[in-house]
Design a binder for this molecule. Structure first.
Ligand code: SF4
Length: 364
């Protein structure tokens, strides 16, 4: 897999999707020597079920471990340090990782209890947990979700889990953006496997999950986070640490020249959409008919951006979305399924950023 590749897979069998994506990436070849120590670094920010939108699904860990063990890798560890307000071991059990570790015979390292060493991170002194620094190959497994302070959070910010609690507190006093960018000059990001199953609308702790049923793969954490901005309807400039990390040489924000490999078409959501009250409030402006999760989730993020801009008002015609509109006519819709509408945005699924532009110009 090349550094400008982006892998996407849709569906609801998350463990099998993970294995397929890792096969496509040829992760085993990228790791190389079978004796290497490989770490899986999920997002266990707090004690919350993955279905609430904050933490990485255990199925991604299970799929990754199965893939690695089937390819002859034995030295595998799951490691993470939750945020200062919670205990990692509690979050570990809540997310069901204890069962994953037992099933596959893989140890878990609580980085909140690890020692640390100070490094020069491109001119900024940052302490890194020793066990995280010692691994040979790090698989960063963030959740794609919103964040109340940094707008989005994914690969770059997920590495806050590999620093001690004292550094997490200091990062907040420094405004997060600069230290996060510098941290990624020393933290390992060998492969990034993104849980885009149901990340939160705008909050790191979860509570308003937006179902997308998608898993993404990257080699470049900066490209990952720039792509995440598109997926949530933001500009890269809205999230200063991404551009800063690019300027420090961590990676590239050039999504326009990325090689997007969509491994299968988006899947229709089973049983409709059941968002929380906040998501339902945004959903009032949509009219789904057999919509795919990734398409509908993108529209929810786009509607949230329009809400931020004060553009959601009563009386707007609902935005049509979904396979049920194929061949039908109507006023306004998003996605190739609404191509016969008076105003329609192409794409399958279109990105939230494109939906925002389209709706800003053509709606109401
Ligand atoms: S455009 Fe149609 S087929 Fe494509 S993701 Fe959207 S609803 Fe699904």
């Amino acid at each position: 897999m090349n550094k400008n590749d982006i892998l996407l897979i849709h569906g609801t069998d998350y463990k099998e999707m993970t294995k397929r994506l890792l096969e496509q990436a040829d992760l085993a070849a990228d790791i190389g020597d079978k004796g290497k120590h490989i770490a899986l670094k999920p997002n266990l920010v707090t004690s919350a079920l993955p279905s609430e939108g904050a933490t990485t699904h255990g199925e991604l860990l299970a799929g990754t471990i199965e893939y690695l063990q089937e390819h002859g890798f034995e030295k595998i560890t799951i490691m993470e340090g939750s945020w200062v307000g919670d205990k990692t071991d509690r979050a570990f059990r809540t997310a069901g990782y204890d069962r994953v570790c037992r099933k596959y015979g893989v140890p878990f390292t609580d980085l909140q209890k690890d020692s640390s060493t100070e490094y020069n991170a491109a001119g900024m002194k940052i302490r890194l947990c020793d066990k995280a620094a010692a691994v040979d190959y790090m698989i960063n497994m963030p959740v794609l979700k919103g964040h109340c302070q940094t707008t989005v959070t994914c690969a770059l910010k997920n590495n806050k889990g590999v620093i001690p609690n004292s550094e997490k507190r200091r990062f907040h006093t420094l405004g997060l953006h600069k230290p996060i960018a510098h941290l990624n000059t020393i933290a390992k990001n060998d492969f990034i496997l993104v849980d885009n199953i149901c990340g939160d609308l705008d909050f790191e702790e979860g509570g308003n999950p937006v179902v997308m049923n998608r898993i993404l793969g990257f080699k470049d954490p900066v490209l990952c986070d720039a792509f995440v901005c598109d997926c949530m309807g933001y500009d890269v400039e809205d999230v200063p640490y991404i551009g800063l990390a690019e300027r420090l040489g961590v990676g590239s924000t050039d999504v326009a020249h990325a090689n997007v490999i969509c491994m299968n078409p988006p899947t229709e959501a089973e049983g409709g959409f059941h968002g929380t009250r906040r998501v339902q409030k945004l959903a009032q402006f949509a009219c789904p008919k057999d919509a795919c999760s990734a398409c509908y989730g993108s529209l929810i993020y786009a509607l949230d951006r329009l809400n931020d801009a004060g553009r959601l008002k009563k009386g707007l015609p609902p935005v049509a979305i979904g396979q049920g509109y194929q061949g039908e006519s109507g006023e306004i819709g998003v996605g190739k399924c609404t191509s016969c509408f008076q105003k329609s945005l192409a794409g399958c699924p279109p990105k939230a950023a494109d939906m925002v532009d389209f709706l800003m110009k053509n709606w109401g």
